[in-house]
Design a protein around this ligand. Structure first.
Ligand code: FAD
Length: 646
């Protein structure tokens, strides 16, 4: 095959596909010279991929020496060996920008929406989500695990409310009236932590700065959408010079035709990546080299030494057959007349409530909607629909109403989560890792705050909740020939428990199981039934998956520990890193961990560093540290010190 020729300004060290939190985590981590401690010192001694990093900034130790320049930088120290997650925060200077790669790496960030966090913002807007589900230490900022808490303190935005205080506001206000922090109930006892805080205040170590104990400061609160948004803008985007000087991202064609600043180290374009190939590149003024050819929808081609795929979960909506009317699993049917999958709500032209219902509300006609699914999204959809005037809303789920503060079991989120993760990393069998992941996530669940809200709607007669219910047939009758979405559905459902009485005093196993048949006649159905990741089905990855296959389990690629796709310098952050990172890969915290591994590996491969050696050799050939997925160092995690509460 003839080498593909590229003008030199189309050639980058690294192309990052996506602009969500996964991409932001990777880019900021590359640009940060003093990344925060993700692991304690004790854990660090057992995690070989951290030891591979020459600079080894992944773990901060109070024993680390710092230069005068470094001393000014944000610092997060492990207090001492054997003290679990305790760290000491030194307040950060947000205007200071630092860079692990000495500013030499050329990065191109490509996103079809053309703005940092655009997809996140859009979904939070559609579902009108006032607060994140995750705790304060889940965020993409690489410099400090407590960066979000520090930001809230710095800005005087530590206004806290309990869910009860906040309940009414949640129902009717915009995000402006929201408290910045909401307590997460049911994690750990507040009284204990208060007592501990008091005790700690008397300790001499206080003089060094605030003692940060995850139990005291991080586990109880989730940030408001607004606080998180402001934090991302200031402490991630602006701090690392990623705001494109306030200008909107140009589309790729414009950007390369105008070519105003060809030497700019970090560039941004709006565009959709349609294909990725590992091939021989011919760059004007360079020798031939192996690299990626990245094709965009407007015909532009980019050359790259390495690529980070952070394009989201690439998930295939799991739509029930009675809606798609097909048993062919290879066909993706995300919407049809009178229904859509929840992933479609983020698409242009879609609204919540859906347009046919909005018209009915405006014309003062009866409006009814069925939402299928037992996860947080289904509860959020019901909330938005009710608040926007849909008269008759039914929430239908095939199992019981599950309530959990986070989408992962608490042991994966809280204080000793690293212990749980290490158990996961010890497992060599990807299938078993997949099972552990399913167990940790344990299907969809609703946060206590939304559960309370939903139950309140039920008591007020605005919402019907049908648990343990499955729809077996749904037929759509359009009422308007011009608009197939206008009509009524005739659905029959079978409940193996019946309608939830809302009486919480009755234990689940005491409820009499009844089989009942019901008929529903909604004007619209939203299927919030989740979506399954499928790496090899992502359109721009199909070629790579075919030509350089790596095993897939549950639609997730079996990457190396450095999150590398086989031997290619292609990395995955976000959902596709889950078999290595663990169940947290789907959340903000896992993205930060993924970014750390990727940045270390890029450094190892000398991507973007001066004097990289001869152009013909691939980055793999340059690396003398060839990796295999089974290289993990086993250790006795049970001997890690644990702090026992008195
Ligand atoms: C409603 C909702 C609420 C959530 N709340 C939380 C929470 O509170 N805490 C938490 O930890 N997690 C939360 N999550 C989970 C997770 O953190 C988010 O889904 C997060 O947005 C995933 O980040 P990402 O960067 O992987 O993907 P995305 O945010 O989806 O970003 C992917 C980007 O890639 C771009 N892209 C995709 N394909 C291409 C292509 N071919 N070419 C160019 N660009 C492309 C897209 O335009 C998009 O901008 C939530 C998820 C949802 C859906």
């Amino acid at each position: 095959m003839d080498p593909v020729t590229f003008p030199s300004e189309h050639f980058f060290d690294l192309v990052v596909i996506g602009s969500g939190p996964a991409a932001l985590s990777v880019v900021t981590r590359i640009l940060e010279s003093r990344p925060a401690a993700l692991y304690t010192e004790e854990e660090h001694t057992h995690l070989h991929w951290l030891r591979k990093n020459g600079k080894d900034d992944s773990v901060r130790s109070s024993k680390n020496k710092t230069s005068t320049k470094d001393a000014k930088r944000p610092l997060l120290k492990t207090k001492s060996v054997g003290r679990g997650n305790e760290r000491v925060i030194v307040p950060q200077n947000t205007n200071e920008q630092s860079c692990q790669c000495d500013g030499s790496i050329r990065i191109l960030i490509i996103d079809r929406l053309g703005e940092w966090m655009a997809n996140w913002d859009r979904l939070f807007g559609i579902y009108q989500i006032p607060h994140l589900r995750s705790p304060l230490f889940f965020h993409p900022a690489p410099a400090d695990i407590d960066a979000l808490v520090a930001f809230a303190e710095r800005k005087g935005r530590m206004k806290v409310q309990t869910p009860n205080d906040h309940q009414d506001k949640v129902r009717r206000t915009s995000q402006d009236g929201c408290p910045d922090l909401i307590e997460v109930p049911g994690c750990v006892g507040k009284e204990i932590s208060k007592h501990k805080r008091k005790k700690r205040a008397q300790q001499p170590s206080k003089r060094m700065g605030d003692i940060v104990n995850e139990r005291d400061r991080r586990d109880y609160f989730t940030p408001s959408t607004k606080l998180f948004h402001d934090f991302i803008r200031e402490d991630c985007i602006k701090r690392y010079g990623l705001d494109n000087e306030g200008k909107p991202w140009p589309n790729a064609k414009e950007a390369f035709q105008q070519n105003d600043e060809p030497d700019k180290r970090i560039q941004f374009v709006r565009g959709e990546v349609t294909n990725l190939d590992w091939t021989t590149l011919h760059i004007s003024g360079w020798e031939k080299l192996q690299g990626f050819s990245v094709e965009l929808n407007d015909g532009i081609r980019i050359a790259a030494k390495a690529v980070v795929c952070a394009g989201g979960p690439g998930a295939t909506p799991g739509v029930p057959e009675y809606l798609t009317n097909t048993t062919d699993k290879t066909q993706i049917v995300p919407s049809g007349p009178g229904w859509c999958h929840s992933t479609q709500l983020g698409m242009q032209g879609r609204t919540l409530p859906p347009l046919p219902l909005q018209r009915r509300i405006k014309d003062k006609q009866p409006s009814s909607m069925v939402v299928i699914g037992g996860g947080l999204t289904s509860a959020q959809i019901c909330d938005v629909a009710i608040r926007n005037g849909v008269e008759d809303v039914t929430l239908l789920m095939r199992g019981y109403f599950k309530i959990k503060p986070f989408d992962l079991d608490l042991k994966w989120v809280a204080r000793y989560a690293n212990l749980e993760k290490m158990r996961f990393w010890q497992e060599d069998d990807p299938q078993k890792r997949l099972e552990a992941m399913y167990a940790a996530r344990n299907g969809g669940s609703i946060t206590p705050r939304y559960a309370k809200l939903i139950k309140q709607y039920q008591q007020e007669g605005k919402l019907k909740i049908m648990t343990c219910t499955k729809v077996d047939k749904a037929e759509w009758t359009p009422m308007n020939e011009d608009d197939q979405d206008e009509g009524e559905c005739n659905a029959s459902a079978k409940s193996s428990k019946g309608e939830d009485s809302g009486d919480e005093s009755i234990a689940e196993d005491e409820i009499e199981i009844k089989e009942t048949k019901q008929t529903l006649r909604p004007h619209y159905i939203i299927s919030a039934t989740g979506a399954a990741p499928k790496f090899s089905q992502v359109p721009f990855l199909r070629n790579i998956a075919k030509q350089h296959p790596v095993p897939e389990y549950g639609g997730l690629p079996w990457l190396t520990e450095s999150l590398q796709y086989g031997k290619l310098p292609l990395f995955c952050a976000g959902a596709f890193s889950a078999l290595q990172i663990g169940p947290g890969a789907f959340n903000l915290e896992g993205m930060r961990a993924a970014a750390d591994r990727i940045a270390v590996r890029l450094q190892e491969l000398a991507i973007g560093q001066e004097g990289e050696g001869d152009a013909e050799s691939t980055p793999q050939q340059k690396s003398n540290n060839t990796q295999s997925v089974s290289q993990f160092t086993h250790f006795a995690y049970q001997h890690l010190p644990q702090e026992v509460e008195a």
